[in-house]
Structures are given as C-alpha cells and as structure tokens.
Design a protein around this ligand. Structure first.
Ligand SMILES: CC(=O)N[C@H]1[C@@H](OP(=O)(O)OP(=O)(O)OC[C@H]2O[C@@H](n3ccc(=O)[nH]c3=O)[C@H](O)[C@@H]2O)O[C@H](CO)[C@@H](O)[C@@H]1O
Ligand SMILES: C=C(OP(=O)(O)O)C(=O)O
Length: 416
C-alpha cells in the first residue's frame, strides 16, 4: 500500500497550475451519455475518479479514448446497457449520476445502491423523488435501484435541500424529457453551470444554472461537442491553504477567483495576503495565522470540501477557531488524526473547537477521505519531523499529481 511521507518546515515558494475540476469533469463525462455524436472533453485531470467513471461508461457500451494527456474522446451512440454495477458505485458515489442520462436516452437504469461513506450516510432520495415526479417508476432489487420511464416528462421539482448531485441528475434526465422541467431550490455550484454549458453546447436548452431556479426544456436528441472543464476550485483552495500554513509565497495559475471567494475571504480574515495576478492568485503569508470561525454551506457559502484543509490551518493559528459543518453529518474524522500530530481539537456536535498550538509534530496518520488526506498533507508540511500518511488512494481520487506539484514548489514530500 502506498504512503506519502512529508518532512515539514519548508515554506512553499513558486508556481502551481491547477487542474480541471473533479466535480465538474465527472458529471460532464456522464452527460456525454446523452449525445449521439462525439464529445471531446479537454482539461481532464488525471484522477482515479476519472478512470472509474470512464470504466462505467465503457461497461455501458460507450467508446472512451484518451486523445492526448488531458483530452478525452467519448462516443455514446451505441450504448446498449443500462447498469452501473456495485464494483464502480462502491468506489465512487458519483457513479449514480449515470441514472439521469440513461433514463433520458434509454428510458431505464439499474444502479447499485450507494452506501454511506466516511463523511456521512449520503442518501439519494432527492434524486429519486425528482425522477418520480418525471414519471419514473422506482423499485429496489437485490441492492440495486431499478428505474423505468416508459415516458419521461418534464415536471416542477422542489428540492428539499440544494443537492449538487440531485440537481445534476435531474437536469440530465430533463434534457431529453418531453416538455419543460423546473428545478426549484437547485444547487448553484460552478460545476452545475459547467454541466449546463456542456448540455447546451450539445444542443440542449437549460436556463438559470448558477441560480436556485433552473429551467430545462427537453429536446428530441443531443449531438456531440468540444468542452473545456473549469479549473478545480477545491484543488486551488487546498494549495492556497498550504501556501498560507507554511508561510510561503505561491502563485496559483488557472484559477477562477470568483469560485473561491469564501475561501479567499477567510484567508484574508486570518491575516494572509491574497492578490489576483492575471488568471492566477498569489498567496503570501508572513505573519502568524489568526484564528477565524468557519461554517460550511452550499455554494456560494464556504465549501464543505475545504473544511478539513482549513481545520489543518487553524490548528497552528493564534487563538480559538470554531468550525461548523452543516453539509455532511460526519465530516470530522480528520480531527482525530490531526490530534495525533499534536493539534488541540474538541468535537461538539456539528462543531469543532480548534485551539491553536505553537507546533505540530510529524506522526503516522491515516487519510479517512479525500479532503482529510489533503488536510494531513498540509499539517505534515508545517509539522516538525516526518508525517507518514496511509490510505492515500483517497487522495488519488481527487488530486492530480499532488506530490509532484508540491515538490516543485519546495515541499519535502515523497511517495513510497
Ligand atoms: C462528485 C461531486 O460533485 N461531489 C460533491 C457533491 O456531492 P453530492 O452531490 O453527493 O452532495 P449533495 O449536495 O447531494 O449532498 C449534500 C447533503 O445533502 C444530502 N442529500 C443529498 C442528496 C439526497 O438525495 N439526499 C440528501 O439527503 C447529503 O447526504 C448531504 O448531507 O457536492 C458535495 C457538497 O458540496 C461535495 O462535498 C462533493 O464533493
Ligand atoms: C466528497 C467529495 O467527493 P465525492 O462526492 O466524490 O465523494 C469531495 O470531493 O470532497
């Protein structure tokens, strides 16, 4: 099993180019199932999750080819299966997103029921309620969800919570449904906008993405297109925090500053200097970090996917920080590992009380999920001595070449 070893104490200096966004590329790849022509996706990051979703599309009968290092060519004209098997859904929950496009294209889908994961129970009831409103019959069958839509029709759907996945899944089914679908209380994440742009470039009619009301007029068929994936705002945020924690001077390239406003605002509040430079952002940290409170919320609030990394930063801040997680019910497993490195963190229900300490100490730790892994790397970069991180397959799901990128800006980090 691979391990990442970090020797702390070196400020990060230099330039990092941010890759295409995991949470945008996954639904975009899935949405190519809607098209009868060729889709070319550019700025595709090298991630285990991308390999997994490509595996699912291959199972369905799609042709999937890497045209070059960052470009995927997908042709889904001849898809002939409608099942996302357990072995894929188990690895990556986003596999359930094939349900919407399969209902649109074939009128049926059979998806292994996703279980909970290290950050919460993560039900998909809102996806299913939305499909039912569109005329889909849902039944359970030996651990699989069976969905059948003799006729997929547009509907007015109010989401009890602005779920990213439910908004995407319903939007994709609606793109090929008969009539108009309106999603109210929709998620507003930039990745939703990227998906809507992709569907529209294929000939779809989606309006309002990026607001909480999205209107989708169904069309008879969709064709191929070329699409560039947006930069990964969470990868960018993770490196900004790493730069800040180490007292470094880092320039991040390929960033949309607007997408990470809440992270930038919190870093500035913590005393970090942030400058926009062309299409990049520079982070400079000279002074000690000040403790700030953070509460995760759906976009445009502070992203839950940055909570663990920010907690790592707060462990060495001056003062007490209260970090409140409202999106997932169990996303504090990294706190225990950070404590092993000398952090002072108490969990009280949905909040973590972080008392800043002078110094973290390297220790053997375990990544419980993707962002927990990133948080432990950040903690390792500032700790005294060696930090050895195991379960790094979680990190591979969502960070393109994290060891290489950090090494290039001076980090003492290796993978064994
Ligand atoms: C591949 C991808 O894009 N993943 C992101 C997506 O996950 P994902 O799409 O799974 O996240 P959701 O927005 O759906 O989930 C948010 C909350 O809603 C709950 N919920 C969701 C659906 C549902 O049917 N019922 C229900 O109760 C979830 O359990 C969770 O507590 O958005 C999350 C929230 O920004 C991010 O952390 C993930 O990185
Ligand atoms: C929780 C995340 O992803 P997923 O929804 O794919 O598990 C994440 O990216 O932090």
């Amino acid at each position: 099993m691979d391990r990442i070893i970090v020797k702390g104490g070196k400020p990060l200096q230099g330039k990092i180019t941010v890759s295409g966004a995991k949470n945008a590329v996954l639904p975009v790849i899935v949405a190519s199932l809607l098209a009868e022509g060729n889709c070319r996706i550019q700025d595709v990051p090298h991630l285990a999750d991308v390999d997994t979703i490509c595996g699912v599309l291959g199972e369905l009968g799609a042709s999937v080819n890497r045209a070059d290092d960052n470009t995927l060519d997908l042709n889904c004209r001849d898809i002939n299966k409608c099942e996302a098997p357990y072995e894929y859904v188990r690895k990556m929950r986003a596999s359930v997103l094939v349900m919407g496009p399969l209902l649109g294209r074939l009128g049926r889908a059979r998806i292994s029921m996703p279980g909970g994961c290290a950050i919460g129970t993560r039900p998909i009831d809102l996806h299913l309620k939305g499909f039912e409103a569109m005329g889909v019959r849902i039944s359970m069958d030996h651990g699989y969800i069976k969905a059948e839509a003799p006729k997929l029709t547009g509907a007015r759907i109010y989401l009890d919570y602005p779920s990213v996945g439910a908004t995407e899944n319903i939007m994709m089914a609606a793109a090929l449904a008969q009539g108009t679908t309106v999603i109210e209380n929709a998620a507003e994440e930039p990745e939703i906008v990227d998906l809507a742009n992709f569907i529209n470039a294929m000939g779809g009619k989606v309006k309002g993405a990026g607001t909480n009301v999205i209107k989708i007029e169904g069309v008879k068929s969709l064709g191929g297109t070329v699409h560039n994936v947006i930069p990964d705002r969470i990868e960018a945020g993770s490196y900004l925090v790493a730069g800040a924690a180490t007292g470094g001077n880092l320039l991040l390239e390929n960033v949309i500053a607007d997408h990470i406003k809440p992270v930038i605002a919190k870093l500035i509040e913590a005393g970090v200097e942030i400058y926009e430079e062309g299409s990049g952002i520079r982070v400079i940290a000279k002074n000690p970090i000040e403790a700030v409170d953070v509460k995760t919320l759906p976009y445009p609030g502070f992203p839950t996917d940055m909570q663990a990394q920010f907690m790592a930063l707060m462990t060495i801040a001056q003062g007490t920080s209260i970090i409140t997680e409202t999106v997932f019910e169990n996303r504090f497993m990294h706190a225990e590992e950070l404590r092993r490195m000398g952090a002072d963190i108490k969990i009280e229900g949905r909040s973590a009380v972080v008392e800043g300490v002078r110094q973290l100490n390297g220790a053997p730790v375990k990544a419980s999920d993707l962002r927990a892994g990133a948080a432990l790397i950040i903690a390792g970069l500032v700790a005294e001595g060696d930090t050895e991180i195991t379960n790094v397959h979680h990190i591979d799901r969502g960070y393109d070449n994290i060891v290489g990128k950090l090494k290039a800006v001076g980090a003492r980090i290796t993978r064994e």
